[in-house]
Design a protein around this ligand. Structure first.
Ligand SMILES: *Cc1c(COP(=O)(O)O)cnc(C)c1O
Length: 391
């Protein structure tokens, strides 16, 4: 089986972990945590970084730091991971969804502008306070228009750069935009710590607030007296040690991902019935965090059917995100309604999209095998349905 993801841990990971064990520093008090924070802040050009337990926790803290009030609203793309909605809901706020762009798969900025005009200009919505900008699969959402809209309407921006280590947008590092930004270090991300995440900001009070919330809001003067309920979202020195070693090789990982993406595209171009990821936009070149494909409408059967066939031939895949506005949990909570038909792009991506093996450890011959197998399956499907399907 060619796995959908496999991390590369062959740099200084072992050496730094050994150092943790030799010195006895394994908790969040150890020196690698600060080293990791400093290195990440430098890499994305931010003043402060706060390492936490995972990317979901980072999103939750970033929103908590903004001091939103219960019932406030946050704009979130519908085509993303549940973490984005969970962070909004856990902070007592309400998500407002925006459909995806059919080419980049990121939030559609025309739809965003329409939503803001409708809510704020037309309805006079004063509860709408923030935009969560999420970069999906390898291309960033274009930040300049997002920031301009936020500026115009007085909204805060939180940048979810969980999949974008080392990517840039308009020449500026992802993770460097908005009031706060976050990363994840899950094993399929470009830098992993096993489990881990980070919040970054340039604002001293926001950074201080994230630090405090991360560590149960202990007070420096009276340690076990609490004015506020925080979280234990600390990261261990062991995890940070792995992160420091990973970050040392981020540029190589990006090169590998880009080479993988170019190879897949070269092999799959002309594959009947399949939309491939955009190689670039005017503001960024794809880093192919994952290599996603979307089946054209003329291909019979959906992504699930194709994924099952590929699995039968030893190829691991993952489905695309399921849109947030269709999540049963959010529907039950009354935070979404299914019958509006306002998000046709995300709904189609969810049903016809999936991604191919994309880990940094993936070898060229594995890319070739995956591409060949997918080509055969697509040609087969095409033939079974009259051969009419060209995308
Ligand atoms: C992975 C991911 C997260 C969540 O990170 P975890 O570390 O898994 O909690 C959040 N947002 C996006 C866009 C992600 O891809």
């Amino acid at each position: 089986m060619i796995p959908v993801n496999e991390p590369l841990l062959d740099g200084n990971e072992k050496r730094y972990l050994q150092e943790c064990i030799d010195t006895g520093w394994i908790s969040s008090e150890g020196p690698f945590v600060e080293r990791f924070e400093t290195a990440m802040a430098e890499r994305v050009g931010r003043r402060y970084a706060v390492a936490v337990a995972n990317g979901t926790a980072a999103l939750e803290l970033a929103l908590a730091a903004l001091g939103l009030e219960p019932g406030d609203m946050v704009v979130v793309p519908t085509f993303t991971i549940i973490s984005c909605a969970a962070a909004v809901v856990r902070n007592g706020c309400v998500p407002l969804f925006v459909d995806a762009d059919p080419r980049t798969w990121n939030m559609d900025l025309d739809r965003l502008a329409e939503l803001l005009a409708d809510e704020i200009d037309r309805k006079g919505n004063r509860r709408l306070k923030a935009i969560m900008a999420v970069h999906v699969y390898g291309l960033p959402v274009e930040m300049a228009p997002v920031l301009a809209l936020a500026d115009r309407y007085g909204l805060k921006v939180v940048e979810d750069a969980a999949e974008m280590h080392g990517q840039t947008c308009g020449g500026k590092p992802c993770g460097g935009f908005g009031a706060l930004s976050i990363f994840s270090f899950y094993p399929n991300k470009l830098v992993t710590t096993g489990e881990g995440g980070m919040v970054l900001t340039d604002d001293p009070p926001l950074a201080e607030r994230c630090r405090s919330l991360r560590n149960l809001c202990f007070q420096p003067e009276r340690r076990f007296v609490h004015e506020e309920l925080g979280y234990n979202y600390r990261i261990s020195n062991l995890q940070a040690a792995v992160g420091v070693a990973q970050l040392e090789r981020l540029d190589r990982f990006i090169e590998r991902k880009r080479a993988m993406g170019r190879r897949y595209t070269a092999l799959l171009e002309g594959c009947p019935g399949v939309q491939l990821p955009l190689a670039s936009t005017p503001y960024a070149d794809n880093i192919y965090w994952v290599y996603g494909v979307v089946l054209s409408d003329e291909v019979a059967g959906d992504a699930a059917a194709m994924m099952k066939r590929l699995a039968g031939r030893g190829i691991g895949t993952r489905p695309f995100f399921w849109p947030l506005h269709e999540q049963p949990v959010l529907l039950r909570m009354g935070l979404s309604s299914r019958d509006e038909g306002r998000f046709p792009v995300a709904e189609r991506l969810a049903r016809r999209g999936f991604y191919l093996p994309s880990g940094v450890a993936l070898r060229e011959e594995q890319v070739d095998e995956v591409a060949t197998t997918l080509l055969e399956e697509c040609r087969g499907m095409d033939a079974r349905h009259g051969g009419g399907g060209r995308s």
